[in-house]
Design a binder for this molecule. Sequence first.
Ligand code: GLV
Ligand code: MN
Ligand code: MN
Length: 420
Amino acid sequence: MSIEVSARAVLERCDILAAHSEEPDRLTRRYGTPPMTHVNDVVAGWMRAAGMVVRRDNIGNLIGRYEASETSAAGVGASGTFLLGSHLDTVRDAGRYDGPLGVLVALAAVERLHARGQRLPFALELLAFADEEGVRYHSGYLGSSIYAGRFRAETLRAVDDDGIPLAAAIRAFGGDPDALAGDARAPGDLLGYCEVHIEQGPVLEARDLPVGVVSSIQGQSRMTLGFTGEAGHAGTVPVSMRRDALGAASEFVLAVEAEARGTGGLVATVGQLAVEPGASNVIPGRAILSLDVRHPDDATRAAAGARLREHAQEIGRSRQVTLDWRELGQSRSVTCDTHLSALLARAATDSGYAALSLPSGAGHDGVMLSRLTGIAMLFVRCKGGVSHNPAESVRQEDVAVAIEVLGRFLSLVAAERGEP
Ligand code: GLV
Ligand code: MN
Ligand code: MN
């Protein structure tokens, strides 16, 4: 099977998965929803056809295992497991490559081994995580946090926008919420984790490179905050006498932007804003906002979060609006494993491409996996650096390069373990 045929199959499969959406006219696939069940079924079928034994854990991560050769060519007993993967959930109105591309490039690499009847001196586990984006329960890395044994039990109390608790969603998705802790992967035999992902930024395109090797993933904090004032009549209450929750929220949104502009390297985003009761002739009584803060340096991120919280309190005091502020989760900045990244860079140069090292502004399942084992990531150029947007686009030639580089990388890992 040529690499081009494999790359075309990856893109066709991304299209097939993109047809499984919660919404008819756009791609939205949140944790535990029926389209997630469908894509898990479809991907499980592809994994089995590629010679993998497939299981699902309680949160709904799909895990395909491609067993090792019985003994390595050097006659040494094969041992260990190398992990590959990414996620199958999406944001709202998503593109089709953020997540699925990484799962399907890894699947293509296994498929190519299987087609040659080749086994490596270690097993491969392909992880298709059930939730990385955290759209439904506002908690990122839900799938990989369970696999990495980092799940926090209080997350089970989260409810979605329809009032469905996470525990109920897990049951509806076929898992047992009381058994999550037992799904944590023991790190004992792990040799590393490698994730392929679209870059989600413009650097590779600007440098005219198909792929790049990730050096680090910046840390992030997610919060939700609510301003509560008093709802009232839009025609009768003088502006000076109002306790307008949306006025407070608006001031805060601009404060977030100013904080990010004033702190080198900081990105901070209010991506959701709900106004209650929500009528054109009613003064907003409550406004609920999401807040996402990221920086490569954890202390700078924490300090910015603290300043924003103080700022929100000040806004509340000056407008006689109360504030509730809840931390939903945070992840520290993660450095990719130097040795695995060097192997990935060598795989890229052996394939004929410069191995540009670049940091990741976006979060990835690798953050959680870094708690278990060394991680490496390969970015694939995407058009205009656009992501979290239906306009996400990748070239088939670049996907072919990613398959080739991942295959060479696995051979290099195998060579280190005695395989010629
Ligand atoms: C995931 O895409 C994230 O960085 O939020
Ligand atoms: Mn994403
Ligand atoms: Mn992603």
